[in-house]
Ligand binder design. Structure first.
Ligand SMILES: [Zn+2]
Length: 299
């Protein structure tokens, strides 16, 4: 029963993130903007009630949005510490992601209303790190804002994903590699997923829709045996990418469809030292998955 509950929770969470992503897509369509998206230009369109300012805030926080009731204004602060070395007015993808995340709290209606009601201003640190649902919604909004569905989906689906291709996609949209990877997996028509290993366990995982439709669900916690070596290398300071071979059972829950457990999973490991996260791109062969499903139907 416990597993079923976690599957339901997962689907509900999925739904909330999709709604947040849709809010960003609609905003981009309304403003008629094209990539690369500049979230500060979007903030500017709300300048009547939204003021923003950046500065080097060190490790204090990456972004913050607060509502000043006496002035009827939202104030957005963002950290420019990642912009060091860039020319004036240029921002690192991480900075743009932080701004986009805070814009999520402004444009997602129930976040906006919370702030107006005086729920204490919240601070966000780093992309895809927090565990609270509201933070994940803002992250989903931000990822979608930087890579709007209408522009990103066709590019993502030119072929199955690899870290190389994700690097190209990130460059095209001016998005950070990690947010581009998550967004690409979510938009991919091919069976794949992206996992983030932090503190020696799978902290988050994003699957493609076709993976979920095949009955393969993310599994959190623990760490697959295959990932132990790349994880140890990363904690030892290595920034080198590597590849591995696994199976569905290593990374996913299949619930009642245990015959999917032995399907091959390609692993591409990318250490991201700045967030102490080992990012893993997991790819399955579309044909192998289809064969297994056909056999299933014959049973
Ligand atoms: Zn936030």
């Amino acid at each position: 029963m416990k597993r079923l509950t976690s599957k339901m929770d997962w689907m509900e969470e999925q739904h909330h993130q999709e709604m947040a992503a849709k809010t960003a897509d609609e905003l981009i369509a309304r403003l008629k903007m094209k990539p690369p998206i500049n979230p500060l230009a979007i903030a500017q369109t709300e300048s009547d009630i939204l003021k923003f300012a950046g500065g080097d805030l060190g490790s204090r926080y990456d972004g913050k949005l607060e509502y000043v009731k006496s002035r009827g204004l939202f104030l957005l602060y963002y950290n420019t510490k990642y912009d060091i070395g860039l020319t004036e007015g240029q921002h690192h993808p991480r900075t743009l992601f932080s701004v986009s995340h805070e814009l999520g709290h402004f444009f997602i209606d129930h976040h906006h209303q919370c702030l107006r009601r005086g729920v204490k201003p919240h601070r966000s640190k780093n992309e895809f790190r927090s565990h609270r649902q509201i933070e994940r919604e803002a992250d989903a909004f931000a990822a979608s804002l930087m890579m709007p569905t209408v522009f990103a989906r066709p590019m993502v689906n030119e072929s199955p994903l690899s870290m190389d291709r994700i690097g190209d996609i990130a460059g095209h949209f001016g998005a950070s590699l990690v947010s581009a990877a998550i967004r690409s997996v979510r938009l991919s028509d091919y069976p794949c997923a992206l996992a983030g290993i932090r503190n020696g366990r799978v902290a988050w995982m994003f699957p493609s829709e076709s993976l979920v439709n095949a009955g393969i669900y993310p599994k959190r916690g623990g760490i697959p045996e295959n990932a132990e070596e790349p994880w140890e290398e990363m904690t030892g300071g290595s920034a080198d990418s590597s590849q591995g071979d696994g199976t569905v059972a290593d990374w996913f829950d299949t619930f009642s469809k245990e015959d999917l457990d032995d399907i091959y999973v390609g692993e591409e490991y990318l250490p991201v030292q700045v967030t102490e996260t080992l990012v893993v791109l997991l790819t399955l062969d579309e044909d192998e998955l289809a064969e297994e499903e056909e056999e299933d139907e014959e049973d």
